[in-house]
Design a protein around this ligand. Structure first.
Ligand code: 5GP
Length: 140
């Protein structure tokens, strides 16, 4: 069997994460280096690098996870608009070789630029802020 990915270790609790929600086939947690507040990753519990490698069940339930995360983020951020992105392989910009959707709530910011063209700020993760937000999202 292949080596466990970073996200498999997070799903198993071997590496800590700020959990947002969980289903039988998927797990959602806050991105450690968010593009915007609320940036959440939704991953299948089945380990695969590309969506085409997932079982039909995992692939289908993953979208249920995306919608469940959107529901919680909607309550927290007061929006129904989201950037939903999946980098399906390294040439598409995938850094962690485990399928993951990025879900980013969009609120008015005085710009209509696509989020992925913007440079991510690289600063130390604010773990206290992430933990607080995750606790609220879990309660929604
Ligand atoms: P990719 O570039 O593969 O589409 O996205 C990988 C994402 O995983 C990045 O947005 C990055 O910030 C996030 N990430 C990397 N390592 C960790 C980690 O240890 N914990 C969490 N929560 N997110 C991570």
């Amino acid at each position: 069997m292949d080596e466990s990915t970073l996200f498999t270790k997070i799903i198993r609790g071997e590496i800590p994460s700020s959990k947002v929600a969980e289903g039988s086939d998927w797990y959602a947690f806050l991105d450690i280096n968010p593009h915007r507040p609320g940036h959440t990753l939704v991953v299948p519990k089945e380990q695969a690098q590309r969506i085409s490698e997932l079982s039909v069940e995992s692939r289908r339930s993953l979208l249920d996870g995306v919608v469940e995360v959107q529901r919680r983020l909607s309550i927290e951020f007061g929006t129904t608009d989201f950037s939903v992105n999946l980098n399906d392989g390294p040439l598409a910009g995938q850094e962690v070789p485990h399928v993951h959707f990025h879900i980013i709530p969009r609120i008015p910011e005085g710009t209509s630029r696509p989020i992925w063209t913007q440079t991510k700020e690289s600063s130390e993760p604010d773990f206290a802020m992430l933990a607080d937000l995750a606790e609220r999202l879990q309660a929604h």
